[in-house]
Design a protein around this ligand. Structure first.
Ligand code: HEM
Length: 168
């Protein structure tokens, strides 16, 4: 066989074996962005994520003015941000969603909740920056901003009467 024919044959065989005709990543279609997160057993819950934020906040409030605790305070804000990101992606509990009417209103409520948590995340990042700056007045104002947003969020989403500890 002529040398150039040999090479051409080898290329054809290699292409067939390596499956180069197949799409590279057929399963990488992203989920639709408009869909609210589906509730699934074992998935992230609003309750669990809020508890993460609440635990960290409890300590943070006590020692926020203590400059010797700067690293510890940054770690606590980081923990709050972690809880916040989990909460932001979690489906609202059925007890809250059921207060909305049909599927459209439920999606609207879930969207409003997402926006509230997104806003909270930005405030927590601002608090982190404030702690980094070491400016006591900025830190105090930033923490107050977080507390106000928390209270507004809870007013908006009306906790049930028997809500456990910490729901202020
Ligand atoms: C510093 C920020 C926040 C803290 C520390 C916090 C803390 C808490 C706590 C302790 C609970 C009760 C959890 C339990 O069932 O044991 C809770 C529940 C909840 N929070 Fe927050 N929260 C914060 C911000 C927000 C914001 C901004 C929103 C709304 C955008 C929000 C919406 C809710 C909702 C919907 C529930 C569940 C209510 C229910 O189960 O009926 N929270 N939160």
């Amino acid at each position: 066989m002529l040398p150039f024919l040999k090479v051409g044959f080898a290329v054809l065989v290699f292409a067939g074996v390596s499956g180069s005709q197949q799409p590279l990543a057929p399963s990488m279609t992203p989920p639709p962005q408009s869909a609210p997160p589906a509730s699934r057993p074992g998935g992230p819950s609003v309750e669990g994520a809020m508890k993460i934020m609440d635990r960290a906040l409890e300590t943070l409030q006590w020692q926020i003015a203590d400059v010797s605790k700067r690293e510890d305070n940054l770690a606590l804000v980081n923990e709050m941000e972690r809880g916040c990101v989990i909460a932001k992606g979690a489906p609202l509990p059925p007890g809250v969603l059921d207060r909305a009417g049909g599927p459209e209103d439920r999606a609207k409520l879930q969207r409003a909740y997402y926006e509230g948590m997104f806003g909270m995340l930005k405030k927590l990042v601002a608090l982190e920056e404030a702690i980094q700056s070491g400016d006591g007045a900025v830190i105090k104002a930033s923490l107050q901003d977080v507390l106000t947003a928390r209270d507004e969020g809870h007013k908006r989403f009306e906790p049930p009467e028997d809500a456990p500890f910490g729901f202020r």
